[in-house]
Ligand binder design. Structure first.
Ligand code: PMP
Ligand code: GLN
Length: 384
């Protein structure tokens, strides 16, 4: 048999590995980022209605059902002032995961360099690899209780072979939300060096400090940016796998061309439900944010009391910690032992790094869980 040379073959994602460990040991799972309660009842009912009415039970249109594409375009306009034609500038995907894969497969060629903020979400490395590209990590550095982007390092990372910058804000796993000033600088660089930007904004509604600003809204960016988001995070239905891409027609067409050979289409009835979800009143989005902010504070305080150094996230539903104050330095070993030691599962940030050493002492905990679960987890962690 031919040699298996692809680095992502044969492995299991850290999320699957840690969720399996949680099931095996009965530990509280603060590893994989999924809520332990479902999203709004009316959205669930909308999906049931769609199923019963036979909406989306057969292949939906390739770009997504018009109801959802229109709702996505309305969302981008109302929140960010970004106008999109639902027919040519909006594409529905099987979660943000497929959007990322299709975008990279469509836009990156063999030998092209892709800059990604390190630590980076695990599928970025795999998809850059599948596209034949080379990833060029620009590392976010922990300082003063948060992670920061060094704009000089970003500028230095651009070469003649750079094809695109793969951005992620709010950022998983660090919880960093790039500021307007930082985004303006990234945008200027992209324009100056004629780069595309693919921006993963799945946590756009989970910002606790500062604001979420899409990079597509900066001068010169509308035509060179693909913006990705997902209903999984915003409406707590991660299993429905409804994601989307917005951007200029040529870029969206390129992504659609790749997408049609990946899933072709997905999530028929759920697309109708998410079209309704995107039109929920503002109180829903405020409630989600307030709920997760309180949970962030609860878990952050519990982790600090247990002896971790805590990097308080400005967004997302993850908190990154440093385990060195506990006398530990290897996040992998720490996470593999944690269920036995105190019945909690977390994720080692080293898996999100090329520079594994830099990521070694950091560990991520998810706080998209019920309050009683978080309280029990922090109680258990105190035994460390
Ligand atoms: N991007 C980031 C940064 C994520 O954290 C996740 C999932 N948690 C995804 C993409 C994938 O989203 P989806 O489940 O919609 O495929
Ligand atoms: N994005 C989720 C996380 O970061 C996991 C999703 C997955 O397992 N692919 O935890």
């Amino acid at each position: 048999m031919a040699a298996m040379t692809k680095e992502w073959l044969g492995g299991t994602t850290i999320f699957a590995e840690m969720s399996a460990l949680a099931v095996r040991t009965g530990a509280i799972n603060l590893g994989q980022g999924f809520p332990d309660t479902d999203g709004p009842e009316e959205v669930r009912e909308a999906a049931v209605r769609a199923l019963r009415e036979g909406k989306g039970n057969q292949y939906p249109p390739g770009p997504g059902v018009p109801e959802l594409r229109t709702a996505i375009a309305e969302h981008q306009l109302k929140r960010y002032g970004l106008a999109h034609d639902p027919d040519t500038e909006v594409l529905v995907t099987a979660g943000a995961t497929e959007a990322i894969a299709a975008a990279l497969l469509a836009l990156v060629g063999t030998g092209d360099e892709v800059i990604a903020l390190e630590p980076y979400y695990d599928s970025y490395a795999a998809c850059i690899g599948m596209a034949g590209g080379t990833r060029v990590p620009v590392t976010l550095h922990p300082r003063d209780g948060a992670y920061h982007l060094d704009l000089d390092e970003l500028r230095d990372a651009v070469t003649d072979r750079t094809r695109l910058i793969l951005l992620n804000t709010p950022h998983n796993p660090t919880g960093t939300v790039l500021t307007r000033e930082e985004l303006a600088a990234v945008a200027e660089l992209a324009v100056e060096r004629d780069l595309l930007v693919v921006t993963d904004e799945v946590y756009e509604h989970l910002v606790f400090e500062g604001e979420h600003v899409p990079i597509a809204s900066f001068p010169g960016m509308r035509e060179r940016t693909l913006t990705i988001s997902s209903a999984g995070k915003t409406f707590s239905f991660t299993g429905w796998k409804v994601g989307w891409v917005t951007g200029a027609p040529e870029l969206v067409t390129a992504v659609r061309s790749a997408k049609q050979f990946l899933t072709y289409v997905a999530s028929g009835p759920f697309q109708y439900a998410i079209a309704e979800a995107l039109r929920l009143p503002e109180s829903y989005f405020e409630g989600l944010r307030a709920d997760l902010r309180a949970k962030r504070d609860l878990l952050s305080a519990g982790l600090a009391a247990a002896g971790f150094e805590v990097y308080r996230p400005a967004g997302t539903y993850f908190v990154t910690t440093d385990i060195r104050p506990l006398g530990e330095s290897d996040g992998f070993a720490f996470c593999r032992a944690l269920p036995e030691r105190c019945g909690v599962v977390a994720v080692p940030n080293a898996v999100f790094y090329d520079h594994q050493k830099q990521g070694a002492p950091f560990v991520r905990f998810a706080f998209c869980k019920r309050e009683d679960v978080l309280r029990e987890a922090t109680f258990r962690l105190r035994s460390l």
